[in-house]
Design a protein. Structure first.
Length: 104
């Protein structure tokens, strides 16, 4: 999966959510931490963003995975770190999907 595509789709999703919510959306770059930089981007909103991004990319992201925070911590991730996590999640799915396709 291409990092530029994931970055682009992630930024589009975040901008869409902020716009639909009537909230300001500061410039989103690789070092932006959505949990800290986006107004009202909280535990009610980030699951929606994750679902939208997964749908855009055609991948599955488990409900218990927060791509905006380091696992088992309160440390917010940057856009670049989130992109890397999403790519890793997508790559982990690829072998399983390939096996299922070959079994058919």
């Amino acid at each position: 999966m291409d990092a530029n595509l994931v970055h682009q789709k992630l930024v589009e999703v975040l901008q869409s959510i902020q716009s639909s919510s009537g909230l300001d959306c500061p410039s989103i770059v690789g070092t932006t931490k959505p949990l800290e930089s986006l107004p009202k981007f909280d535990s009610k909103i980030w699951p929606v963003a994750i679902g939208m991004l997964a749908a855009e990319l055609g991948i599955t992201i488990a409900d218990d995975v927060n791509i905006f925070r380091r696992e088992k911590s309160c440390i917010a991730l940057t856009i670049d770190e989130t992109v890397a996590m999403v790519i890793a999640l997508a790559q982990a799915q690829t072998p399983a999907e390939a096996k299922q396709a070959n079994a058919s």
